[in-house]
Design a protein around this ligand. Structure first.
Ligand SMILES: CC(C)(COP(=O)(O)OP(=O)(O)OC[C@H]1O[C@@H](n2cnc3c(N)ncnc32)[C@H](O)[C@@H]1OP(=O)(O)O)[C@@H](O)C(=O)NCCC(=O)NCCS
Length: 385
């Protein structure tokens, strides 16, 4: 084994990456489709690998997302496809790769990075922590069919509606002060709407995208600006009740559908957790929204061994729905936090839980105010990546 190095994945590496992927995730998937998408990551230097001499032995890619945090968009590097060749595992290659990924996120100016962990250990060592979940609920199709809304005009949508969908989702997430949902690159949204296996419908203030899966229907996203539109869009999906008995839906645990449907969602909701990390603490806090009227002046001590620019004594000032993190002097009253605690705090985890897990120490007097400013609707995501 020669010296292992982090490199940009090039087109020439892609066959090797595919081989490591099969060994990591199992066979399947369309190789040509994968390669087409992979090249967009290569072109934008969002695909990193580890080489042993000339041999590629690990890879990971970074999606250029934005993520809603309390109703504001924050750029977020979504890390996916982290793979290490089996014969290189267990000797720090994954960690070396992920350090490269963190640095690239910083270089690209993403204040946040997020991922769905297959194992938490690797990512926690590097400062990621759980921040939210992806929920999949199952409803009776017959319940949705009778929700009404027939007075609302609903039309079939296509790729030309991509901008309209983005606009409607933005309005909804700003109004609801959502935390967690992703904003995908526009090209991805166009390609979903081009896919004839996805069915999309749009109303004046909402839309739905759904598809078939194993004889059931699956709602990928439903945005509704009013009760009538919610009823009309869910009923459009439920109109498939003569064939599909169940409608699975990716939505928030507090989505109005839970209050509209006659029978509660199946007790076996599927929950997949995702993790978050602050790459640039001042930028991440400045970009996030905060409740109007909430105020906070607090001293923070951040220790971030992986991204030392975050390390230091800081003053956190929150007012008028925005935050500012500025360098400060050491204080005995400071809240002391590492990157994992900072990520969980950012995501609105209650201070009692953070202290109970040892992720925060000191600054006890700040707890009620911190819970108020960082609190809000539970972070959720609709999509896996
Ligand atoms: C997960 C994977 C990327 C880890 O790569 P790796 O090179 O073995 O990771 P490292 O050697 O840098 O390990 C870093 C830490 O994670 C831990 N770790 C690695 N794999 C683990 C696993 N499967 N379960 C629990 N801990 C694990 C290591 O023990 C180490 O912790 P330690 O320092 O406390 O001992 C690799 O096993 C892999 O490619 N797996 C298949 C695909 C996959 O699951 N990818 C992750 C997608 S999110």
């Amino acid at each position: 084994m020669t010296e292992l190095r982090v490199v940009d994945v090039t087109e020439e590496h892609l066959d090797s990456v595919w081989q490591v992927r099969i060994r990591s995730f199992g066979p399947g998937g369309d190789r040509d489709e994968w390669k087409k998408t992979a090249l967009t990551f290569v072109a934008d230097r969002r695909f990193l690998g580890v080489v042993d001499g000339d041999v590629l032995v690990a890879a990971a890619r970074i999606w250029p997302f934005e993520q809603w945090w309390s109703g504001r968009r924050v750029p977020m590097g979504g890390v996916a496809g982290v793979v290490v060749a089996p014969e290189y595992r267990g000797r720090g290659v994954g960690s070396l790769l992920m350090r490269g990924v963190l640095q690239r996120c910083a270089d690209k100016g993403y204040p946040l990075t997020g991922l769905y962990p297959a194992t938490t250990v690797l990512y926690r060592h590097l400062g990621y922590e759980f921040a939210g979940s992806r929920y999949k609920f199952s409803f009776q199709a017959a319940d949705l069919r009778t929700l009404g809304g027939s007075g609302t005009a609903v039309r079939k949508a296509g790729p030309a509606d991509a901008d309209r969908f983005l606009e409607l989702a933005s309005t909804a997430h700003e109004t609801k002060r959502s935390s967690g949902p992703l904003i995908w690159p526009r090209s991805e949204i166009v390609s979903w709407l081009e896919d004839e296996d996805n069915f999309a419908y749009v109303a004046d203030d909402g839309f739905v995208v759904y598809n078939w899966s194993d004889g059931d229907l699956v709602v990928d996203e439903l945005i509704a600006g009013s009760e009538e539109t919610a009823r009309a869009l869910w009923a459009t999906v439920g109109s498939g009740a003569s064939i599909a008995k169940t409608v699975h839906a990716y939505c928030a645990p507090f989505d109005p559908i839970h209050l509209l449907a006659e029978h509660e969602a199946d007790g076996d909701a599927r929950i997949v957790r995702w993790m978050l990390r602050l790459v640039d603490a001042p930028a991440a806090l400045a970009a996030r929204g905060f409740p109007e009227g909430a105020v906070l002046e607090a001293e923070l001590r951040i220790d971030d061994p992986e991204l030392p620019a975050n390390t230091g004594d800081w003053h956190l000032s929150i007012a008028d729905g925005s935050a500012r993190l500025t360098p400060s002097e050491p204080s005995t009253d400071a809240l002391r936090v590492g990157p994992r605690g900072l990520a969980a705090l950012y995501a609105g985890t209650r201070l009692a839980a953070l202290r109970g897990a040892g992720l925060v120490t000191g600054g006890d007097a700040l707890d009620p105010a911190l819970d108020t400013v960082f609190g809000g609707p539970t972070p959720y995501m609709l999509d896996y990546f």
